[in-house]
Design a protein around this ligand. Structure first.
Ligand code: ZN
Ligand code: ZN
Length: 296
């Protein structure tokens, strides 16, 4: 009798946990330099977010410092051993530095990364090794033989990196978009963004938006023209107000996105302009904040 009571208690407990996991529909900011004052969370420049949706858990970026990432993750009660996937938006240190902590607790998790010439264990182009006839063997790469390894190294050698170069559905309803920056300072840098299908349209998570947040959302609209929300960095730091207004109007009136939840490198001026433009459709998305998503 006692054993049966215990069994039914465990079953009930499992059912609650199981249904809870399936019904949690939100994006939580784990790493940022702004947000509600907190005694437990540490603000720092950088970005990381946890997406919990349709029973899946996806970590997007890992912040600027492994110790701070660990501290915020623990303070928010996030279990990084239970992840379906990780997405790294781009190579910058304020998005990748927590990888060393992540790999300590979850070394095997698939990590989706953009293609980069000398990052993330990318393959090197074969034509790097064009041979020049007539050279002594001491001036020939690999003494004139085929190298055993022809990929770049990585500070995270043990990581299970998966390079993404085109739109890819990594889990049902979870799409990765690959866009390339043409902006001064980051020309040719590739960036991944995550688009999640919801009944009200796509919820898009961006890292720094170096290619332009409007360009990323235009790519997202090719998957589904109905856009629900966007969170992450819009990269409007040091951007003049007229340009911020142009981007804001494009999001609101051309792409007709329902809500915005700007974070990270959007800039304080960016927050102010977007808050004014979107009114009640603007969500504060700083460190520790959660953006609720419409359930499937
Ligand atoms: Zn950044
Ligand atoms: Zn960046």
């Amino acid at each position: 009798m006692k054993r049966r009571a215990l069994a039914s208690f465990l079953l009930a407990a499992f059912a609650v946990t199981g249904s809870d996991a399936a019904t949690i529909s939100r994006i939580t900011n784990l790493y940022d330099a702004f947000g509600a004052p907190s005694d437990t969370l540490v603000k720092d420049w950088g970005f990381a977010a946890l997406v919990e949706y349709d029973g899946k858990r996806i970590l997007f970026d890992t912040g600027n410092h492994a110790d701070t990432f660990e501290r915020n993750v623990k303070a928010l009660g996030v279990d990084l051993t239970r992840l379906d996937a990780v997405v790294i938006s781009h190579r910058h240190g304020d998005h990748t530095s927590g990888l060393s902590y992540l790999l300590k607790v979850n070394p095997g998790v698939p990590i989706y990364v953009p293609q980069e010439g000398a990052f993330f264990k990318s393959g090197l182009p074969q034509d790097f090794l064009q041979r020049q006839p007539g050279l002594p063997v001491s001036l020939q790469y690999f003494e004139g033989k085929q190298p055993e390894r022809w990929a770049t190294g990585s500070p995270w050698e043990q990581a299970n990196f998966r390079i993404v170069t085109k739109p890819t559905e990594i889990l049902p309803g979870f799409h990765l978009l690959s866009t390339q920056s043409q902006k001064p300072g980051t020309v040719e840098m590739n960036e991944l963004s995550l688009a999640i299908r919801t009944p009200r349209g796509l919820a898009v998570v961006v890292g720094c938006s170096h290619p332009g947040v409007e360009k990323i959302l235009e790519h997202a609209a090719r998957i589904d023209p109905q856009l629900y929300t966007v969170t992450g960095g819009f990269h409007l730091v040091r951007t003049p107000e007229p340009e911020i207004r142009r981007v804001g109007l494009l999001l609101r009136d051309t792409l007709k996105i329902e809500r915005v939840a700007p974070a990270h490198c959007t800039s304080e001026l960016g927050f102010a302009v977007l808050k004014e433009m979107f009114g009640a459709r603007f969500d504060e998305a700083g460190l520790g904040a959660t953006i609720p998503l419409p359930t499937r």
